[in-house]
Design a protein around this ligand. Structure first.
Ligand code: SF4
Length: 316
């Protein structure tokens, strides 16, 4: 049985008053998730020795290099931050995901302002903070998000599905067992199909192992492609195609009224008038009614703990 997911989280998200202005940021989702995961907290700016409170730092572009700069003191902290990041990430074991503070020149994963030079207040572009940039490079296959984006229901669902899928894969990774890999692939088939049908085929070929690779290589290759498959926000059309595959298991058993009702639900989901959970739960009910064991074992029905389900969406 896999342990709780391990998530690296920015310390200022409710764990410590360590922001540059000495405050912390309370976040409901971070609090709620904390009951289901093991958090590993980090504040890279405090980690490099900056005090609380401290003068703000920013990303600046100088001679085609991105530097971490403190205008007030004219200090450059790029090397210190890169060294801290390397040390911290080198010591990390078994992590499943990252939940970082957005817009920070250290922790933000995108949309962090980059200023045109040290003495310039013009923003020349946007990118990732120094700590986050290295996280994105090293943990390409994992769920990595900012707290602000997780107010959006779809992004939150996707983050959780990605996080928990990679966490479930740990059993296969730790045991390096082909039997567990085949079982994992079978149970996650429709979830992966809904995320990325092309990569589902690639994963199927990896499991079939026509190249006769050894188990360790197969598991590694599978993990890399699983991460790629789960990384992109799934399209509605992919979910509808997947639900049509599932529908095929019991459609012959349904009355014409039940069939029409089911297909109408898919249309309503396509038109965004109902959430995915509605057709998903109706189809699951049919899988239970007709005792479709293969379907009932699928992770697509509930990819993460139900208590984390929250239909509220700020619309951001
Ligand atoms: S955003 Fe990152 S570096 Fe800044 S205070 Fe929060 S944890 Fe520390």
């Amino acid at each position: 049985m896999t342990d709780k997911p391990k998530v690296v989280v920015s310390k200022c998200l409710g764990f410590c008053e360590c922001r540059y202005n000495g405050i912390t940021i309370q976040n409901d989702f971070v609090d709620k998730l904390g009951k289901f995961v093991e958090y590993i907290t980090v504040c890279p700016e405090v980690g490099i020795g900056l005090g609380i409170p401290r003068k703000p730092i920013r990303l600046v572009e100088e001679n085609d290099q991105i530097e971490l700069y403190q205008p007030e003191t004219k200090n450059i902290y790029t090397k210190k931050m890169k060294d801290f990041t390397d040390d911290f990430l080198n010591d990390l074991e078994d992590v499943d995901g990252f939940l970082l503070k957005g817009r920070s020149p250290s922790c933000g994963i995108k949309d962090v302002k980059i200023y045109r030079g040290k003495n310039n207040s013009i923003v020349s572009g946007k990118g990732a903070g120094i700590f986050a940039d290295e996280v994105l490079k090293r943990y390409d296959e994992l769920a990595i998000e900012e707290e602000g984006r997780l107010t959006n229901f779809k992004i939150r669902e996707h983050f959780l599905a990605h996080l928990y899928t990679m966490n479930r894969f740990k059993d296969v990774e730790n045991e390096k067992s082909l039997k567990l890999l085949v079982d994992f692939h079978s149970k996650n088939k429709y979830l992966i199909m809904a995320h990325n049908p092309e990569l589902l085929k690639v994963l199927g070929r990896i499991v079939a192992n026509h190249e006769k690779l050894d188990t360790e290589e197969i598991v590694e290759k599978y993990k890399e492609n699983l991460g790629k498959a789960m990384k992109i926000l799934p399209k509605e059309t992919n979910y509808i195609n997947t639900l049509m595959h599932i529908f095929g298991y019991f459609s012959d058993e349904l009355s014409s009224q039940e069939k029409k009702f089911s297909l109408d639900l898919l249309d309503k989901y396509r038109n965004e008038s109902i959430p995915l959970s509605v057709p998903l739960n109706v189809f699951r009910t049919y899988a239970i009614k007709y005792n479709e064991e293969y379907l009932l074992d699928q992770t697509i029905w509930s990819t993460y703990p139900e208590a984390l389900m929250d239909l509220k969406d700020s619309g951001k």
